[in-house]
Design a protein around this ligand. Sequence first.
Ligand code: FEO
Length: 173
Amino acid sequence: MLSQKLQDAINAQINAELWSAYLYLSMSMDAEAKGYKGVANWFFVQWQEEQDHARIFMNYLNSRDCKVELKPIEAVDTTWGSVLEMFQETLKHEKVVTGLINNLAAIAAEDKDFASSNMLVWFIDEQIEEEESARDMIFAAEAVENDKYGMYQLDKELAARVYTQASPLATAE
Ligand code: FEO
């Protein structure tokens, strides 16, 4: 059984992951409305990945005989000034999420809850990727700032991003 402190923190994390999903879905819809179908696709995939993250935590609580408690999801912004701003906010947000995951790992370590520590390793690695891909997108968007043809090409590239299910879910089925 997990400590109550860790259960509460994981339930809060499920909410944070679902909020992240909602944020990226909103960015996807804003990009779509502005004609950037590739950017919209990139954020739509991000939306799917965040739902996977929430699902992994829900599966974990269920498997440890703990109760999943879904909380209200707060509103997100609905429009951004530019594609670059979307990616800048993405990186800022992912850094916050990295802090939340590190906090979960700290609680698990304090509890000497080795199973939870082990589960969190996937998320610690995932956050490195999340921050790196947001940084890559900032560099790409900066490179084409004020260059409409470059933006058109970048948008076409981002249309190729494909969702793949997170590995802990693939092995859990
Ligand atoms: Fe669930 Fe983007 O980290």
